[in-house]
Design a protein around this ligand. Structure first.
Ligand code: NI
Length: 289
């Protein structure tokens, strides 16, 4: 190629142009050397300069320290991490009352976490779809609400954990990240197994005992009297008074400045990574101006 160009220029007897060609050739080499030096510097951190194709190490030039990039946070719902937030959670479902609770959350642009029982998953597939379609989170609450501290063998314990994920994965292409033990019962063996299964263990910090009182007003009053930033609130989406309480609670909590997020959102937006086998009942409340 270069020879042909040179021949062309010779034919035209334009010697000055040959100089230009030589200069261009030199420029191409210089650029190539620059690219080479750049790639070497990127690959191992030290700066090397290409000389006749052989890199030699040159002193590292002191560079201005760049600020650490902020880790990307998945926050498509406009939640402000610098404002109060709490997580409503619903256990023991799904049930026919799950729908009304999801609709209330949807109406108020709020989300919650549903800790489902694996043995209810096949009967409530549409309810689970409704939960997921409205950006709520599903956690596992075991297969059949057994007290996991009373399991005789590791196999029995795993039989309460693994089939829940398998059912949700198979029927909804969804794998729950979080686990809530039935009755909140846990011991070292349960936590060790949940650790090996990759499950953070989620408790609660506000308990209106909705399953016991079955009274809308008592549930609403208890939550409003006790809630603070970072709280995880325990309810059950299998009782009608609870669904009625949620319809009042969601707007009342938002009026008090609380953003209602899923448990995973609460952790992520506060920069906390929940660890497998570790028990969390809430996040520490922040101070707001
Ligand atoms: Ni339960």
């Amino acid at each position: 190629m270069m020879d042909r160009i040179k021949q062309t220029y010779k034919k035209r007897k334009l010697r000055k142009s040959s100089v230009v060609v030589l200069c261009s050739t030199g420029l191409v080499f210089a650029m190539a050397a620059g690219l080479f030096a750049h790639s070497v510097a990127n690959s191992n951190g030290s700066v090397q300069v290409a000389t006749m194709g052989k890199p030699v190490t040159a002193p590292v030039v002191e560079q201005e320290t760049q600020p650490e990039p902020t880790p990307e946070v998945y926050n498509p719902y406009g939640v402000d991490p610098a404002k109060p937030m709490i997580a409503l959670t619903f256990d023991d479902g799904p049930s026919k009352h799950t729908w009304a609770i999801v609709d209330t959350l949807k109406t108020h642009n709020a989300r919650a976490t549903f800790f489902v029982l694996g043995n209810r998953v096949p009967s409530y597939q549409a309810a689970i779809d409704h939960v997921l379609a409205n950006h709520n989170e599903i956690g596992s609450h075991s297969m059949g609400h057994a007290n996991l501290t009373k399991m005789a063998t590791e196999e029995e314990l795993l039989a309460q954990i693994r089939p829940v994920d398998e059912a949700l994965q198979k029927q909804h292409n969804y794998t729950p990240k979080l686990f809530r033990t039935p009755y909140g019962a846990k011991n070292d063996d349960v936590l060790a197994t949940l650790k090996s299964e990759g499950k953070p263990v989620i408790g609660w910090s506000v308990d209106p005992r909705d399953w016991d009182v079955k009274d809308k007003k008592k549930v609403v009053d208890h939550v409003l009297a006790n809630v603070k930033d970072g709280d995880i609130i325990l309810m059950h989406d299998i009782y009608e008074p609870t669904a009625e309480a949620v319809a009042e609670l969601v707007p009342a909590l938002q009026e008090r400045g609380y953003q209602l997020v899923t448990v995973s959102e609460l952790f992520q937006l506060r920069g906390v990574t929940p660890l497998p086998g570790v028990y969390y009942s809430k996040l520490p409340p922040q101070t707001f101006e």
